[in-house]
Design a protein around this ligand. Structure first.
Ligand code: HEM
Length: 220
């Protein structure tokens, strides 16, 4: 335990924690976005997938706990790293010129905070049914919950907008996670990281397709 604490106290330790927990998040969003595509195969497909997941009981809870712990560590390490780097440079740069930095890398903090708020609202919306924009919620009918929600234009728009933030966060995050855990050598050219770009694009497209398809009347 002592060694782990010493490791975590260093900036490198926190970056490794961010990288590992970020990769857990990447794995989750890949699986979740693929699962969501089942709405295109109709109510039976996505509802039986949801029932199957819920029937796994302890396995599902194990995964939920892993995700909650990963998100907590990811956020705590991000806040601590931000505070540490601010303390190291109490005076802001008077002139900043972004070179290799992309929109994605410059919006990691705000985008991350937005995603955190989104996750809380999203679980209250689709998992617990506490927030009911359409006024109805059925724990056994995921398909109906998705369709009734995204028929409301501002709900669909909110999800589509947040998915842009997710795509950007994933693009920079997937690339820097791999770097932080030491798999890939440092490179000044983030735009060349095709794998991160492909993951971010595919996950963004898969998530975004669902509210768009419902709003457009393709899925009804
Ligand atoms: C348009 C995009 C999305 C749609 C349509 C969507 C849809 C859903 C639905 C229908 C559920 C409930 C599943 C069930 O009860 O079987 C759910 C659960 C969940 N979603 Fe999403 N989701 C989207 C994006 C996201 C994103 C970007 C994240 C995370 C960054 C996320 C995280 C979660 C979590 C944590 C749960 C709760 C899982 C559980 O423990 O039961 N979702 N989502």
């Amino acid at each position: 335990m002592g060694r782990l604490r010493i490791f975590y106290a260093s900036m490198v330790g926190k970056k490794v924690v961010m990288g590992v927990t970020g990769l857990i998040g990447v794995g989750f969003v890949i699986m979740h976005s693929l699962g969501n595509l089942l709405v295109f195969r109709g109510p039976a497909a996505i509802n039986s997938y949801s029932h199957f997941l819920k029937s796994t009981g302890e396995l599902l809870w194990g995964l939920r706990i892993l995700l909650i712990v990963a998100v907590m560590f990811h956020v705590i390490a991000a806040v601590q790293l931000t505070l540490q780097s601010r303390a190291a440079r109490p005076l802001a740069y008077t002139k900043q010129e972004h070179q290799a930095a992309t929109v994605a890398s410059r919006t990691m903090r705000w985008g991350g905070a937005l995603l955190l708020v989104f996750i809380a609202l999203h679980v209250l919306h689709f998992t617990t049914g506490t927030i009911r924009p359409a006024g109805v919620f059925s724990p056994d009918d995921v398909y109906a919950n998705v369709v009734t929600s995204f028929r409301i234009w501002w709900v669909a728009l909110f999800y589509v907008a947040v998915m842009v933030a997710l795509g950007l966060h994933l693009f920079h995050g997937a690339w820097s996670s791999v770097r932080s855990v030491g798999v890939s050598p440092p490179s000044p050219q983030p735009l060349h990281h095709r794998i991160s770009f492909a993951i971010a694009l595919l996950v963004w497209a898969a998530f975004t397709a669902v509210p768009i398809a419902v709003a457009a009347g393709i899925v009804r």
